[in-house]
Design a protein around this ligand. Structure first.
Ligand SMILES: CC(=O)N[C@H]1[C@@H](OP(=O)(O)OP(=O)(O)OC[C@H]2O[C@@H](n3ccc(=O)[nH]c3=O)[C@H](O)[C@@H]2O)O[C@H](CO)[C@@H](O)[C@@H]1O[C@H](C)C(=O)N[C@@H](C)C(=O)N[C@H](CCC(=O)O)C(=O)O
Ligand SMILES: Nc1ncnc2c1ncn2[C@@H]1O[C@H](COP(=O)(O)OP(=O)(O)OP(=O)(O)O)[C@@H](O)[C@H]1O
Length: 490
């Protein structure tokens, strides 16, 4: 696409060079610039793109985009210098336009909330695939087309940067994908990563305190989440959550509420709960239906009803949707059971917020046969307020707690754990083993037949960040190694 064509509908000022050049892509990482790309100068937390203009030009940049108007005069370059009021918005706009707006040709569902985004996106993906639709799911756990993970070379974020997202969507469209399910992180929304995604349905799950340091305050975090409302044509909202209700009240557009409580368009009532499944009744404008869900626990019911209502709003019948629900499975690292010969119930779960830890412990508390043992810690350099609260929640349900390390980053994990332990009840049994693999091994070694062990916080993750080093680490691998050692000893 010609630069002149790209800039036609966008407020900008241009100096120098020719705008009759072909633009192939948009890039804000100078070392990643390819011949024909526009380089976007962005001031970040650690650096300033201004320092890297020469690298971008050497790599073949055909124009440089800036946000600081003063630089229009100070930068003397051989290529056009383009001033735009907001480089993040421009990156989204131009990535969509250069790739010919692939999202417009598909149905796009974007999901936000503090907890459950990955789970609900995978549920929606699984339901649509079961209904014979081609679907791409993009989020924390990676990119999946029709349930199969696609490995691509891109910066792995929950909400992808537009420069990657629209390229991926263009390829997906070519492969016949009709539905796109995106996780909308608060950071992604506030950085305008989803501005040009033609979102058909915006789904609001819940809101709890999280990412406060990233945004500066809880109010700003809330405001970032709320941005999804204005980006979406239609909303599907959790009627049991007060923030979601407020978003719904303020939005003058088509909306549907879901929930376990009253005054919703899609209500899920729990009729009976077994060890691994629940029998539920769905009441909606489309009628009533009793069916089985292959999970127990309130948060799972909330996630299932969020997925059912979204797919129903896309126009599918309740009968076919509920049939598919019976075959749903949880994404990697979400209450993932690890089989073993020691008669232990071992689970890995991505719970790293107070609400998530409560949800998963309440669920396990229903099925635990003997002691409930929890191995966890909290991440360093962020959300310090949640440590004491997570300690209190763990202590309410756990018979034994192993405090360990969970991406301590620049903080001392011992200090992090002291802040968690401040929330424990005075009688709480606990031990601190900072080496996470060792903590997992000790928990398994000391457990007795019938015990349940929850290893919380890292879920599907494959790294542990200690200081500035990113070390390879996986909870599921560590469990398998520990089980091997313990069974050999027996
Ligand atoms: C807070 C945030 O949005 N950070 C992103 C941001 O970093 P930054 O603004 O600090 O950039 P910087 O490193 O200071 O560099 C400034 C500029 O110089 C450029 N540069 C820099 C160095 C260099 O050698 N060459 C170069 O060209 C950079 O590309 C950038 O344009 O720009 C970087 C490059 O585009 C991103 O990698 C980085 O995301 C990081 C990886 C990140 O983890 N972001 C997290 C906070 C995030 O977005 N997470 C959410 C999930 C949160 C949730 O669960 O809600 C997500 O959606 O994944
Ligand atoms: N509806 C829910 N309410 C509370 N907790 C939940 C809910 N759904 C899932 N969880 C808990 O949160 C954890 C993370 O779930 P999931 O990855 O789906 O959420 P997420 O919003 O994508 O998280 P993140 O933003 O951190 O990537 C789960 O492992 C589970 O412990």
């Amino acid at each position: 696409m010609q630069l002149a064509e790209l800039l036609k509908e966008w407020p900008c000022s241009v100096k120098g060079g020719s705008i009759r050049v072909e633009v192939k892509g948009i890039e804000d990482y100078a070392q990643g610039v390819k011949e024909g790309d526009l380089f976007v100068v962005r001031k970040g937390r650690n650096s300033d793109g201004l320092k890297y203009i020469n690298i971008a030009l050497e790599n073949g940049a055909v124009g440089v985009v800036i946000e600081d108007e003063k630089q229009l005069d100070s930068l003397k370059l051989s290529v056009p210098v383009i001033w735009v009021p907001n480089v993040l918005k421009f990156m989204s706009y131009s990535a969509a336009k250069i790739n010919r707006y692939p999202a417009e040709a598909m149905q796009v569902i974007a999901i936000t909330g503090t907890n459950g985004k990955t789970t609900v996106s995978h549920f929606i993906g699984q339901l649509l695939y079961a209904l014979h639709k081609n679907v791409i799911v993009i989020g924390t756990n990676g990119i999946y087309i029709n349930g199969v993970e696609v490995h691509l070379d891109y910066e792995h974020l929950t909400t992808l940067q537009p420069k990657h997202l629209h390229k991926i969507l263009k390829v997906a469209l070519r492969k016949g994908v009709e539905y796109v399910v995106l996780e909308a992180s608060s950071m992604g929304l506030s950085k305008h990563r989803l501005d040009d995604c033609s979102i058909n349905i915006g789904v609001f799950l819940n809101l709890a305190e999280d990412h406060i340091e990233d945004h500066g305050s809880y109010e700003k975090y809330k405001a970032a989440k709320q941005l999804l409302s204005s980006l979406s044509e239609q909303l599907v909202l959790n009627g049991d959550d007060s923030f979601c209700r407020t978003v719904g009240l303020q939005a003058k557009k088509k909306k549907a509420y879901f929930g376990l409580g009253n005054r919703v368009d899609y209500q899920l009532q729990l009729l009976a709960e077994g060890l691994v499944s629940s029998t539920c009744c769905l009441q909606s404008k489309k009628g009533q239906k009793v069916f089985s869900i292959p999970f127990v626990g309130e948060h799972h019911l909330q996630n299932v009803i969020a997925a059912i209502s979204t797919v129903s709003e896309l126009g599918f019948g309740v009968e076919e949707i509920t049939e598919a629900v019976e075959k749903l499975s949880l994404p990697k690292g979400r209450l993932e059971a690890i089989e073993n010969e020691m008669n232990l119930d071992i689970y890995i779960d991505y719970a790293h917020t107070e609400a998530a830890l409560r949800a998963v412990l309440q669920t396990l508390n229903k099925t635990v046969k003997r002691n409930l043992i929890v191995v966890f810690s909290c991440g360093g350099d962020r959300d310090k307020h949640k440590r004491l609260k997570m300690g209190a929640v763990a202590s309410k349900y756990a018979d034994m707690i192993y405090l360990t390390s969970d991406n301590p980053r620049s903080e001392d994990p011992e200090q992090i754990n002291a802040q968690i332990a401040a929330g424990f009840s005075p009688k709480q049994h606990y031990e601190m083993i900072l080496d996470r693999a060792k903590a997992i091994e000790t928990a398994i070694q000391n457990a007795q037949e019938g015990d349940t062990i929850l290893i919380a916080g890292k879920g599907h993750e494959t790294t542990q960040t200690i200081g500035s080093a990113e070390i390879k680490f996986s909870d599921s691998e560590s469990v398998k190694i520990a089980l091997d050692k313990c069974t050999k000893k027996q």
